[in-house]
Design a protein around this ligand. Structure first.
Ligand code: 6GP
Length: 793
């Protein structure tokens, strides 16, 4: 369609929705109304590609991927949809004609935060790639009423408040009252006529809400189906009539609890009954749904593995194994061992962490009480596994039901998320099972969608790339390699820097408007954004910042490289040390930012409430990416990929996907420091390693003394005594051991930044060489190695 005609049509559609869907007239419309009208007009355009994709999948009776994930960290969608439809400019221009600022309209959309961090954002990138590649797929998850909490700072401390994205209508979803399944909990199991029957004590309904997920250039569109919990019995009229108004609503309130909140845990597990119910709730609904879909066009469930690849995003949906077996045997009369076999052929399991506290284990009594039938099925799976393999690895062990072992034993493939992580999975958490099933573990290194993480969030760089190598790179990211030959070219370098500058200015005005903060755009923007966790070592970054501050103060006239240190991230509400680290960062910022001697060289900014939308503004503006986890602890990382793609250089350890990023961009374009994963393990065995490291480092010793003596907390001098003590006495994550190497490498970073040409060249080579980290490549890997699915176009 000609652009002008398209613009006229879009305008008509927006005005039609404003009037007929929202009941508003133009003169009295708020930004919310405009956003809704624009989104509805866009959503209409998604429906045809969506129907086409569904029709083609049915016609081909194709195998579908079912991606089961407790989390989808989606972020805003308007721009995503506009970009995939190819009418971003038209939308902007149309809104301008209507007297509206497109950017403000876009920013009016709540950030859908149905996830905590890496695992949830990966799921969102995967949906984007599955659609871009034309692979028929469903994402299945929970439609939480409240996503990840909002973070505020009060006197430097994290305060959490409930997030409320559904307070406004979710414009992208279609409610499906007709698609709903009963989900049982508790009760007992009986045998009659050779059949096993589960009699749940409590039942809720899972109701579907569908959101189309459009791929690049709208060639394909899959579905994200999220389940909301509803009561089976709506309202207790009898209680109401008796005057018990609260009691009358109790069934509804109780049922809704299940999909009420996203657990704000990131890699740590909490032993809550509700969490187990959430997991079973969405898994059971998804499995019932995919069986129904299969049976609508096929008749023998023995062929399910030819039509359904079910991927478990970590162990949260691991109950899928027993649930599918239950439905195959109890409902569809398939003999149990055959059911186990069919189920295993359907399931794949992705492990996302080695942290022991994150491996899900349920107390046996709790599990058996909530899911009595599944408990029995797990016993059968375990017996079969023990008999057939001679292994002594049990699923039910020491009073716990181990979801990792269950997922491993019930999956045909288990994958890690980076090369190093996969090797560690084989050696550590699943070492014994790997010996028994040596072909089961494979690697699929994570990736990110270049549509959101470059094309959409970094328009200045996008335009430069388009004008240099053409426009075919967003779904073929390795084409960015063609930029490499311009890395030394002075004029290209100038434009590359100009793009970075524009992004920094956008960040400055955003920060200024939101937090009243500005910074010097010539300074190096050094950014660490991710969940706050000891293993990610925000604390080491902060200690280094203090050491740098000390150094500047001692010699204020030297030509220091000005730096702006940005921190962003949330701590799990129950994670005390992480919350103390946040408090300390804010306390240190207060002192350093007010120091007249160092203010031209060093500034700390910690904008509250880091989320996907903030990442989209911060990452394109960054010069330096902090990927400094203790080696062996970060399974992959995906932020590391986003920064490199946007032309930031990395300072990092040999951990997770850093290892592969460094291989791709070249060791000379990456600032490496620190112990390796095996050195970390060795060092931990040395007595008193932390104290010795501190004693050997006068810089670190001084910084810890400053903290301990209350330099940053004069109103409460002992506030951080326990953190300092921890550094001396335990320091499990080896901050002390890596500190000097980190500090020295940071000084190399300073020197490199002074050499503008060299820095720009390194930055260009980062962008040029990380095309491999597109989630399209990752999804092709899953499709080939694990799912055996094909693109349908
Ligand atoms: C994260 C890992 O910590 C991160 O390294 C990885 O990039 C990401 O998953 C995607 O694979 N893990 C989680 O967020 C988590 O909750 C249970 O693991």
């Amino acid at each position: 369609m000609n652009t002008k005609i398209f613009q006229i049509k879009l305008k008509q559609e927006i005005l039609r929705h404003l009037k007929y869907s929202l009941g508003k007239d133009q003169g009295h419309s708020t930004p919310y109304d405009w956003r809704m009208a624009l989104s509805l007009a866009m959503r209409d355009m998604v429906v045809d590609p969506w129907f086409d994709s569904t029709r083609k999948t049915y016609e081909a009776n194709a195998k579908r991927v079912y991606y089961l994930s407790m989390e989808f960290l989606i972020g805003r969608l308007i721009e995503d949809v506009a970009i995939n439809l190819g009418f971003e400019d038209v939308a902007r221009e149309t809104m301008r004609e209507l007297g509206q600022d497109y950017s403000r309209i876009v920013a009016n959309e709540p950030d859908a935060a149905l996830g905590n961090g890496g695992l949830g954002r990966l799921a969102a990138c995967f949906l984007d790639s599955l659609s871009t590649l034309g692979i028929p797929a469903y994402g299945y998850g929970i439609r939480y009423e409240h996503g990840l909490f909002e973070q505020h700072f009060e006197n430097g401390q994290q305060i959490e408040t409930a997030e409320g994205w559904l307070a406004q209508r979710n414009v992208w979803e279609f409610e499906r009252p007709e698609v709903s399944y009963p989900i049982g909990f508790g009760g007992h199991v009986s045998e009659s006529d050779g059949r096993t029957v589960w009699h749940p004590a409590e039942t809720v309904r899972a109701q579907a809400y569908d959101a189309p997920t459009l791929g690049w250039q709208a060639k394909w569109c899959n579905t994200l189906r999220l389940w909301a919990a509803k009561p089976t019995r709506k309202f207790d009229l009898e209680s109401f009539n008796r005057g018990d108004f609260l009691g009358a609503s109790a069934p509804e309130a109780l049922a809704r609890t299940i999909s009420r909140v996203l657990y704000p845990d990131d890699t740590t597990e909490i032993g809550k009954e509700l969490r187990l119910k959430q997991e079973y709730f969405f898994t059971s609904a998804s499995i019932q749904d995919l069986i129904r879909r299969f049976l609508s066009t096929n008749d023998d469930l023995r062929n399910l593995p030819d039509k359904a690849a079910i991927q478990l995003n970590d162990t949260h949906p691991a109950i899928a194994g027993p649930e599918l077996i239950r439905l195959l045997t109890d409902v569809h009369d398939i003999e149990i061992f055959e059911a186990i076999d069919i189920t295993r052929k359907c399931l794949g399991y992705t492990n996302h962490t080695l942290l022991p506290e994150a491996l899900e284990r349920w107390p046996e009594h709790l599990f058996a009480r909530i899911l009595p039938r599944h408990y029995r099925i797990i016993e059968i799976i375990q017996d079969q596994h023990l008999k057939e393999t001679g292994s002594n690895i049990r699923i039910i062990d020491h009073g716990n039901v181990n979801m990792g072992e269950l997922a491993f034993i019930m999956a045909h493939h288990v994958n890690g998320v980076s090369a190093l992580h996969t090797e560690l999975v084989k050696e550590t958490v699943f070492g014994d099972l790997h010996k028994v099933y040596p072909k089961r573990i494979v690697n699929e290194t994570n990736g990110i969608t270049p549509r959101r993480w470059l094309y959409s969030c970094n328009k200045p760089l996008r335009e430069l790339i388009n004008s240099t190598i053409g426009t075919k790179w967003p779904d073929n990211l390795e084409r960015l390699k063609r930029l490499a030959k311009h890395a030394d070219d002075a004029s290209f370098q100038g434009e590359f820097r100009a793009a970075k500058r524009q992004n920094k200015e956008r960040l400055i005005s955003w920060l200024n408007e939101r937090n009243g903060v500005t910074f010097n755009p010539d300074a190096m923007l050094d950014v660490q954004v991710k969940r706050i966790h000891e293993y990610k070592r925000q604390l080491m970054n902060l200690l280094e910042t203090i050491a740098y501050w000390n150094e500047i103060k001692e010699n204020p006239t030297k030509d220091w490289t000005p730096r702006v240190k940005v921190f962003g991230g949330k701590a799990a509400p129950g994670y005390e040390v992480a919350k103390q680290i946040i408090h300390l960062i804010n306390d240190v910022a207060k002192v350093i930012n007010n120091d007249p001697v160092t203010k031209d060289y060093l500034q700390i900014i910690f904008p509250p409430n880091y989320n996907v939308s903030m990442a989209e503004i911060l990452i394109p503006a960054s010069d330096l990416s902090e990927q400094i986890s203790t080696a062996g602890k970060e399974a992959s990382g995906t932020g590391n990929m986003k920064f490199a793609l946007n032309g930031a250089l990395t300072i990092g350890t040999l951990d997770g996907a850093n290892v592969e990023i460094r291989e791709h961009v070249g060791a000379e374009n990456f600032f490496l420091f620190g112990l390796t994963a095996s050195e970390v393990v060795e060092r931990r065995n040395e007595p008193d390693y932390a104290r010795r490291a501190i004693e050997a480092s006068p810089r670190l010793y001084r910084v810890l003394n400053q903290i301990a003596s209350g330099v940053f907390s004069p109103e409460e001098t002992h506030r951080y005594g326990s953190i300092v003590q921890m550094m001396y006495e335990s320091d499990y994550f080896l901050v002390t051991c890596d500190f000097d190497s980190y500090f020295d490498t940071q000084r190399k970073v300073d020197e490199a930044y002074k050499d503008t040409k060299l820095w720009t060249k390194m930055a260009i080579l980062n962008t040029a060489n990380v095309g491999w980290f597109s989630s399209d490549r990752t999804i092709k890997g899953y499709a080939k190695d694990i799912w055996h699915t094909k693109s349908l176009y």
